[in-house]
Design a protein around this ligand. Structure first.
Ligand SMILES: Nc1nc2c(ncn2[C@@H]2O[C@H](COP(=O)(O)OP(=O)(O)OP(=O)(O)O)[C@@H](O)[C@H]2O)c(=O)[nH]1
Length: 331
């Protein structure tokens, strides 16, 4: 069975709402990337150096990131040689297959790490405007729907309005927010939130933090202090340090990720606003270049628009028209 045949089989195992969410959320990227790829395939027909050069440009335009593009195209050239593919139309499927390989390491890597013994603490980091507050709200709603008790810690005490904004999302999700006054010490908010979480026997504590990237030294010190408090109060925590990145900022998001990785041990990436960009290729760059799993993606502003990243659904979202029966036989 060919790649599309296998993918169709896998996709048919997922719920329709998940694949449709990816398909709808990625419509801008699909339109831009797939349309251009189809044009390229029609224009060239023959697999040669010029074709690969243009493909490189197209991938770079889709914000995949230069290092990843080079590795991808190298792999594609190898595959086309090994499989003796001369026709660009045939290569389309190999492109989808190689992209899929670059996205998937271990199928369990997108799972959120939970403490089976009690309280799990998730630290949410990222620059202002990346969508941290929205993500925390959506994640709180989702965990609550799964039957978990959730508490929020408003430790972004720096940005005016951040605490109230978190409260709005807390109310929306129906979970409590532990808060101090604006300007107070973030680590002490976290300390109080952990105390409250322990006494209430809460399952998951989601901690908002400030994202002052312009002052890197302070940011690092603050995150280190917060982490020390969490580690001291809850052995084995934080279970997750999730870096929230805005997909619409493209390569800038990749650079931010590198900085945050120095400041704390990031365990997973949340890529927000993928629905708002035609440059969804950033997912590949983030996964390949940073070697940190993309665990969650934001495909809209509403409560249920936060999705666990699913490499198959992502590839389906990008290449969905190629999956239709008129395009590809089962083979
Ligand atoms: N379309 C879309 N918009 C999103 C997504 N996630 C967040 N947003 C929007 O992005 C904007 C900024 O998000 P916020 O969560 O408010 O981010 P912020 O509070 O400015 O910054 P943080 O300090 O990161 O919390 C808001 O208008 C959100 O509705 C997403 O996945 N898709």
């Amino acid at each position: 069975m060919n790649f599309f045949g296998r993918m169709k089989e896998k996709i048919s195992g997922s719920t329709e709402s998940v694949t449709e969410k990816f398909r709808n959320g990625l419509s801008k990227t699909r339109r831009s990337f797939s349309d251009q790829l189809n044009n390229l395939v029609k224009r060239y027909r023959k697999v040669d150096e010029d074709f690969f050069e243009e493909l490189e440009d197209l991938l770079i335009e889709s914000d995949v990131g230069v290092t990843t593009v080079m590795d991808l195209v190298e792999k594609l050239k190898d595959e086309s040689r090994t499989r003796n593919i001369k026709d660009t139309e045939e290569l389309k499927e190999v492109i989808a297959e190689v992209l899929s390989e670059f996205l998937t390491r271990d199928e369990t890597e997108t799972q959120l790490n939970m403490n089976p013994e009690g309280l799990s603490v998730f630290l949410m980091v990222g620059v202002n405007g990346a969508g941290k507050t929205t993500t925390i709200g959506k994640l709180a709603g989702r965990l609550k729907n799964q039957g978990k008790s959730v508490l929020l810690a408003a430790a972004d005490t720096f940005r005016a309005g951040a605490i109230d904004q978190l409260q709005v999302w807390g109310d929306r999700a129906g979970v409590d927010v532990i808060r101090h006054q604006e300007g107070s010490d973030p680590a002490s908010v976290i300390f109080d939130a952990i105390k409250a979480a322990k006494s209430r026997k809460t399952d998951v504590l989601l901690c908002d933090t400030a994202g002052r990237l312009q002052n890197k030294v302070n940011l690092m010190k603050e995150l280190e202090k917060i982490k020390r408090v969490i580690e001291r109060e809850v052995p084995g925590a934080p279970q997750e340090v999730l870096l929230v990145l805005d997909a619409t900022t493209g390569q800038n998001a990749l650079n931010q990720a590198k900085l945050f990785r120095q400041a704390s041990d990031v365990t997973g990436i949340v890529l927000t606003k993928l629905d708002g960009t035609a440059k969804g290729g950033i997912v590949l760059g983030v996964r390949h270049e940073l070697n940190i799993p993309v665990k969650l993606i934001g495909l809209g502003e509403k409560m249920n628009d936060l999705q666990t990243f699913d490499a198959d659904a992502f590839i389906y979202g990008l290449f969905s028209e190629l999956f239709s029966d008129d395009n590809h036989a089962e083979a």
